[in-house]
Design a protein around this ligand. Structure first.
Ligand code: HEC
Ligand code: HEC
Length: 414
């Protein structure tokens, strides 16, 4: 009898808390991936459980550590518009051959980026030249993309929608027509905007969904802005000292009096791009074909079947000013523990690698930012800095991911 009662209790608890399932990492943990008897632990999309969040409230409420949205706002938040944007974001029919959605590169449980790829793969396996940035708190980026070439979220969406290596739609009109013909979307657009889908309101809808992805109130925020002295441990507090002092990280990753976006919204040459451009390709590379099966493949063979990565000159590609070569935008560091790999090209797989890079003074080159220099941090200071970066994860990220799991996934069959 007692056993039955206990069993019933555990079932009730399990049903009441589907949230505990949400893991902020790739679906497949790859524990033991090198073994031939490896079994994946990733769930199929329909098997994933999520709870819808009130995204309008998330966009409108204040979050400890973030500036108010109104000082940055691009679109006045509206529940019906957010709902369209959320549906579009997960809709694979929004690509040329109906296979690729925004969420496949900006993967919610992977910090709205792609943890497993330095540079994501788009339409029909075509490679992209840069790392996918997180979309958490993206509304606060005054300029978009690593080279700051775009200014508003509503305009930005047309880049991935039309790029041949991303979603590869043949034209703006083809996307608009498709949404007008879909009775469900058509109804939603009419109700929210009083008109059918068009180039502008598709952008506004996707922008509003992304604008609602505010995630702060991290342990750091509670300590620094909320006055909770115990919310960071000693090591993390020491890391903050290094970040703002000896490491001078905050000279570019700004922290203001009332809030912190960890960016100066400027572009700098840290040397990552220079090194990438100058690097010699090795003769062979190691490829894992299946769990436990590793082979050395001749690079020449890989380049016959694969794509050669495009050269990347950073901001120079936009301004054509030689001084802008290899300059990239300072990324904000909120939720950075969730958004590996790092830098515009995904060069570093871990935060430890990033810290080692800064500690040795970046990569020297003629146009290296004067703010980048060898730091001479002790091992303890580096460990502290790493711990501090781990305290920047927003307290509501799991709610936003759970909401994403509850979102409809538009597919050909629907
Ligand atoms: C094939 C992968 C892929 C797909 C699909 C994709 N993105 Fe991206 N996204 C990227 C990459 C890579 C970048 C960075 C490109 C750069 O900086 O040049 C990026 C950049 C962005 C940015 C700029 C963020 C910032 O901080 O500057 C936004 C916003 C964005 N994407 C939203 C979207 C939306 C909305 C969609 C769907 C309409 C989408 N993306 C589809 C890979 C993708
Ligand atoms: C000169 C300005 C500057 C300074 C100083 C600076 N950074 Fe950066 N940081 C950048 C820029 C620019 C990038 C992007 C570089 C790239 O993609 O090539 C970046 C990238 C990063 C990233 C990767 C984030 C991501 O999403 O990919 C981390 C983490 C980071 N910096 C941490 C630090 C730390 C820790 C320090 C201090 C030791 C520091 N930064 C000092 C400008 C700076």
């Amino acid at each position: 009898m007692l056993i039955l009662a206990l069993l019933l209790m555990s079932v009730t608890v399990a049903l009441a808390e589907p949230m505990s399932d949400i893991r902020l990492a790739p679906g497949d943990s790859r524990q033991g991936y090198e073994r031939a008897d490896y079994v994946t632990d990733s769930l199929s999309i329909p098997a994933r459980q999520g709870i819808s969040a009130n995204l309008l409230a998330n966009a409108q409420s204040s979050h400890l550590g973030l500036p108010t949205l109104s000082s940055y706002e691009q679109e006045p938040p509206d529940a019906a518009v957010i709902e369209i944007g959320r549906k579009l974001f997960f809709d694979r029919r929004l690509s040329g051959n109906k296979t690729m959605s925004c969420a496949m590169c900006h993967i919610p449980e992977q910090g709205f980026t792609s943890n497993e790829l330095k540079r994501p793969i788009g339409f029909e396996g075509r490679g992209l030249k840069r790392n996918a940035p997180t979309l958490l708190n993206v509304v606060f980026n005054r300029r978009l993309f690593w080279d700051a070439r775009e200014s508003t979220l509503a305009q930005q969406v047309w880049s991935p929608l039309l790029a041949v290596n991303e979603m590869n739609n043949p034209s703006v009109g083809s996307v608009v027509d498709q949404l007008r013909k879909d009775t469900q979307y058509d109804k939603m657009f009419e109700q929210a905007f009083g008109e059918s889908a068009n180039m502008l309101n598709i952008g506004q809808a996707l922008a509003q969904y992304q604008q609602s992805l505010l995630a702060a109130d991290s342990r750091f925020d509670r300590w620094h802005f909320g006055g909770n002295r115990t919310s960071l441990n000693q090591l993390e507090q020491k890391g903050f000292e290094v970040f703002t002092g000896k490491g001078s990280c905050s000279s570019c990753h700004h922290i203001s009096d009332q809030h912190a976006l960890f960016t100066d919204h400027q572009l700098h040459n840290t040397g990552v791009g220079v090194e990438d451009s100058m690097r010699q390709t090795p003769d062979t590379i190691e490829v894992q074909l299946a769990p436990g099966v590793l082979v050395e493949v001749d690079q020449k063979l890989v380049s016959v079947v694969g794509e050669v990565k495009e050269n990347d000159l950073g901001r120079y590609e936009i301004t054509l000013n030689p001084k802008d070569r290899w300059k990239y935008r300072t990324p904000g560091l909120r939720n950075v523990a969730l958004t590996a790999p790092y830098m515009h090209n995904g060069e570093f797989l871990s935060l430890d690698e990033v810290i080692q890079f800064y500690n040795k003074g970046g990569v020297s080159n003629k146009m290296l930012s004067p703010l980048i220099r060898p730091l001479d941090l002790t091992i303890e200071e580096q460990t502290a800095l790493r711990a501090f970066l781990g305290s920047l994860t927003g307290s509501n990220v799991k709610d936003l991911v759970s909401d994403a799991f509850a979102a409809p996934v538009g597919d050909v069959s629907q």
